[in-house]
Design a protein around this ligand. Structure first.
Ligand SMILES: Cc1ncc(COP(=O)(O)O)c(C=O)c1O
Length: 441
């Protein structure tokens, strides 16, 4: 770890040495006093995206009208997919932008299970984004005749019915790190699929994708990765790591905007073997022939279903510009320095108030956010948002989650954010807030 100091002068010095510092100017900073530490949930608005959104609405939708489809709209899912491919180490023709993370996960789980039929086990972990677990349970139900709801609990982290058993790997004693030995043992010849988040949404733990993929492949198992918390935050090499399948989000570190469409990756070797469970016209071989029977489009296009949200998709395309320009190695280098700095400030300033680090201490084992844990985490988050102009988020039961987006988060912002958390603790400002949670935390 770099030798940090808790002085503001040190934060200013880190900013002065930051090769990415100028990228902050490429984002709308509407309130300079706002300390935004939630880019891992919703990225800031890039100026290029704001300008492009205006242009899409006024010139393309407004003037081109339906002609827009032949002027770059129809091809956008593939074109933008290839741009995202550059950020995740995927050669052209393997990434497509469409739908939501949840829907893409469903499509790829169903497609994978169909070609792995006869195998019973699906391995995941209890740290996965809960919605990913719901989607998985729903997929298993779809494939099971007359399924009960919820799926019966088989004990020891297992749920299942009929053909499938979903095995959720637990943690080591620290509650942060998945039990890798248990994961490796669980992946056996009877396993159809492993599906995990590359970076865990609470602790920020980063899986070794290559190692798990190699292990799974030796047993004939497919692996599906959720890249939502790693894409745009750290270098990913899907092709080099021989990944099978992946999905990911564009409104976090890719700054695509609220509800911007997600993406999915299907390795070229698998594309012709897999079928989407949703047979829509966008995934049909010749949609404008209007054939009455479905024939899948070649390649990754078969995972499209219907019309995509063009305003959002094209805005997101422009939002990728700063990330593509900065490059993932530079982004990762700054991200590691930032999460290290934040860990140092947690230890120095906040540990005396009862905070503990809820993320791996080794930066090589985490993504670009950290969780700091405190029994009053929820009320502290409320005080920060409502009185201190600091935006973190809260993840139950006790995680105050702080995200660092290297393109626009400055070291001074991090310093000031921690300074304000310290003040909330010193002045016990959180005590006036109810423990009852708001709908969105
Ligand atoms: C890791 C992860 N997976 C899946 C999702 C669900 O994404 P969506 O709501 O876009 O389907 C999220 C949303 O935040 C997430 O963080």
């Amino acid at each position: 770890m770099t030798d940090f100091s808790p002085s503001r002068a040190h934060a200013l010095e880190l900013d002065a040495q930051d090769p990415l510092a100028s990228f902050r100017d490429q984002f709308i900073i509407a309130d300079p006093d706002l300390l935004y530490l939630d880019g891992n949930s919703l990225g800031r608005l890039p100026k290029a995206a704001a300008e492009r959104a205006r242009q899409i609405v006024e010139s393309e939708w407004g003037a081109d009208l339906i002609r827009g489809w032949n002027k770059g709209w129809w091809d956008a899912p593939r074109r933008v997919g290839d741009k995202i491919g550059q950020l995740i180490g995927a050669a052209a023709g393997q990434v497509i932008v469409c739908d939501t993370v949840s829907v893409n996960l469903y499509k790829l789980i169903m497609a994978a299970l169909r070609i792995q039929s006869g195998k019973k086990r699906i391995v995941t972990d209890e740290f996965n984004f809960p919605s990913d677990l719901y989607i998985l349970q729903g997929a298993v139900q779809t494939l099971t005749p007359s399924p009960p709801s919820p799926l019966p609990n088989l004990g020891e982290g297992r749920r299942g019915e009929g053909q499938y058993e979903i095995l959720r790997i637990g943690s080591l004693d620290d509650g942060i790190t998945p039990n890798l030995a248990a994961l490796e043992t669980a992946i056996n010849e009877d396993t159809a699929l492993v599906t995990l988040s590359h970076v865990l949404f609470k602790s920020g733990y980063l899986y070794n994708m290559r190692r798990i993929t190699d292990l799974a492949h030796r047993k004939g198992v497919l692996v599906l990765w959720d890249l939502s918390h790693s894409v745009g935050a750290l270098p990913i090499a899907l092709d080099d790591w021989d990944a099978d399948l992946a999905i990911g989000c564009t409104y976090k570190y890719l700054n695509g905007g609220p509800g911007a469409p997600a993406f999915l990756y299907v390795n070229k070797q698998l594309q012709e073997k897999l079928t989407s469970p949703i047979w829509g016209w966008w995934g049909q071989n010749n949609p404008f022939d209007f054939d009455l029977d479905y024939e899948p489009a070649p390649g990754v296009n078969r995972f499209l279903a219907g019309t995509q949200p063009m305003l959002s998709l094209l805005t997101m395309e422009a939002a990728l510009e700063p990330t593509l320009k900065a490059g993932m190695d530079a982004i990762r280098a700054k991200s590691i320095l930032m999460t290290d700095y934040a860990s140092f400030l947690t230890e120095t300033w906040l540990a005396p108030f009862g905070f503990s680090l809820g993320s791996p201490p080794d930066p090589a084992m985490r993504g670009s956010h950290i969780s700091i844990r405190h029994p009053e985490g929820y009320r502290i988050a409320r005080a920060l948002i409502e009185e201190m102009n600091v935006i973190p988020d809260f993840r139950a039961p006790d995680n105050l989650r702080l995200g660092f987006a290297p393109l626009y988060t400055s070291f001074t912002e991090v310093w000031e954010g921690f300074n304000r958390i310290k003040r909330v603790m010193e002045e016990k400002r959180y005590e006036k807030y109810p423990r009852q949670k708001l709908a969105v935390t």
